[in-house]
Write a protein that binds this ligand. Sequence first.
Ligand code: FES
Length: 77
Amino acid sequence: MYICICNAVNESTIKAAIAKGATTLRELSAATGVATTCGKCAGEAMRILQQAGETTLQSPATANEQCFSVPTLTVVA
Ligand code: FES
């Protein structure tokens, strides 16, 4: 489904940009062109971005990474 009619950006393209590391609307715009012309699609692009963030936060892999993160220890001789 097209999210941005002005720049022919669909939901799959936005999700691919998020998967590659886009975390803000500015980064999404730079990567895909979404919301760079009339801006009417900015809200929907943000919704997809937020939804992806919630999915990432609820991911078991992310929870495990947080449980097993080890603080850095500096040894002074
Ligand atoms: S619909 Fe996306 S910039 Fe116009």
